[in-house]
Design a binder for this molecule. Sequence first.
Ligand code: CMX
Length: 435
Amino acid sequence: MEKLKQKFFEKSQTLRAEVKRWSKEKGDVQLDTVSVRQLLGGARGVKMMLWEPSVLDPVEGIRFRGYSIPQLRELLPKGDGTEPLPEGLFWLMLVNEIPTEEDVKWLTDQWTQRSNVPEHTFKALDSLSPDTHPMTQFVLAISSMQSTSIFSRRYADGMSKGEYWRPVYEDVMNLIARLPRIAAYIYRRTYHKGDHIAPDISLDWAANFAHMLGNDSEDFKNLMRLYLTIHADHEGGNASAHTTHLVNSTLSDPYLSFAAGMTALAGPLHGLANQEVVKWITNMLDALGTDEPTKEQIAEYVQGTLKAGKVIPGYGHAVLRRPDPRFMAQKVFAEEHLPDDKMVQVVWKVFEVVPPILQGLGKVKNPWPNVDAHSGALLMHYGIKEYSFYTVLFGVSRALGVLASICWSRALGLPLERPKSVNSQWLRETLEEKA
Ligand code: CMX
């Protein structure tokens, strides 16, 4: 090993052992505002952000402006389909009112009118090698549209603080409107030799997205309406939402703020888990040589994954302590539309096998499936088999919540976010003093 690397390795191993000991033995010690466990453990449970669109309860799951997912499936307008339209959820998250069918139709028309993607964004995408990960393409495409930011232009011209929310709202509406076209463009250029499908402006936001991806069936349009609704927000503390919020607090415009959030979503402990789930199941089926594995075979494969020091993708959560209602909503959809699909049946068997095994480890706080455990199997059924693309779909939906939230941040004039960090010397000395 080279000298600097060797030195770094030795020093970091020493501190790593000390940090582990502090977490284990001093976790409950209270430092000014947080415990040692919270300081070292990724700020779990620390209340430090105002976030209007949704609140996450560990047991009940997500509530958008007070409404659970089953309630939203009843109450939100459905347009021409059978599932809630994401337009309705955006309206609810932004203004805390359930919209009418007419309101939602107006929003669909708005997004259709604003959906024109700048030519240079397509050119930027086309300059990338087709094996560039779709999330990298997505981040680049979003950043490239920053040149059209009304907020940036108005800020450069000189704008009063009280006015910030207006251009932010315009950028947010334009950005959301363009995302399905961009995501479909990435999908078709990466996996269908650039054989693009023109938008159908008679369709709602999600149905048009389904159409541009290449599946015009009513069932797939309904799946996309549901998918883009349930992935939209998970309060503010998750990595993609928090990143968007943090970056936007510097008055970086909505394009750059959202692009930053998407780099966080692209991590395998967060949104990328949806691709990892299908990869893990596919590898398991290959290894077992069957597409109808028994529960015993699955259990053995799960043990092998854990023994190899890896996580079971799609299981566990930093906040939830029960099966994710977003997983359950997808399960209900699958029971209604594709109960005989073999991959779906594997997902259901994994749901029976994994929780007791994770529980048995004694350290996993939530052994239940999260949103990512089910989505891939549904997409596979409708022909979207290229799992590296799945996190982009998550990202299109996540835009609704995080961008609604930055409208609020700027309307409320929230300040630059700036929590406090400490170094290990401070922590060591403080713990010594307290002891
Ligand atoms: N498989 C194996 N081990 C797991 C596990 C899983 N699915 N979930 C948690 N653990 C382990 C952790 O790695 C940790 O181990 P160490 O102490 O050895 O480091 C221990 O259990 C405690 O972790 P935790 O407090 O229960 O969970 P965290 O809040 O630290 O992490 C999460 C939450 C989601 C990152 C974790 O459960 C995980 O890695 N899950 C798999 C990846 C995944 O599905 N992510 C998607 C989450 C939803 C989303 O954001 O899209």
